[in-house]
Design a protein. Structure first.
Length: 170
């Protein structure tokens, strides 16, 4: 029970301390989430690099990257298509943006588009194929950092394909 001025001051101080502690707790949880996410991304990148370094087949690297993309981007599915550029699909670009070019019109997406999205695989300057990302339409795109990690994973798959000397599309 608050009876005098000292009680009011104590109550206000307790309220202020409680707010500060709750804000620190929220920030600590956010930081922990960021650290956990960063560690998972680093693990994905190290895993694909290790497969390539160990001389695993390019197919093993592509399959590893495919599985990692599903988890990293929260996809329903993902498949790799060798050497074709058939159809006009939205594309996850190397800068992390997702867009579709239709003539002179460029559509940039903030959410996953309603169709598959391609992530091209290039190694040594040669096009080898693309990952077709099957996301839930209308879901927000993953963070820019997650999209950039996805692009880096695809580049590692391209490097593995190029190192193996497989045929490529011009």
């Amino acid at each position: 029970m608050i009876a005098d001025r000292d009680d009011v001051e104590t109550a206000v101080l307790l309220l202020v301390v409680g707010l500060i502690v709750s804000q620190l707790s929220v920030r600590a949880r956010r930081l922990q989430s960021t650290v956990t996410s960063d560690a998972a991304q680093l693990s994905s990148l190290r895993g694909s690099a290790r497969l390539t370094e160990d001389g695993r087949s390019p197919e093993a690297v592509v399959e590893y990257v495919r599985r990692e993309l599903v988890g990293l981007l929260g996809l329903r599915g993902c498949r790799f298509e060798h050497g074709t550029l058939m159809g006009r699909l939205p594309r996850l670009e190397h800068d992390g943006r997702v867009w579709l070019r239709g003539g002179s019109v460029i559509t940039e997406y903030a959410d996953w588009p309603g169709s598959e999205t391609e992530l091209r695989v290039v190694g040594g300057g040669h096009y080898y194929g693309r990952f077709l990302l099957d996301a839930c339409p209308g879901r927000p795109l993953p963070s820019e950092q997650d999209r950039l990690v996805a692009v880096t994973l695809a580049a590692q798959a391209g490097a593995a394909l190029d190192t193996a000397g497989l045929s490529h599309q011009g």
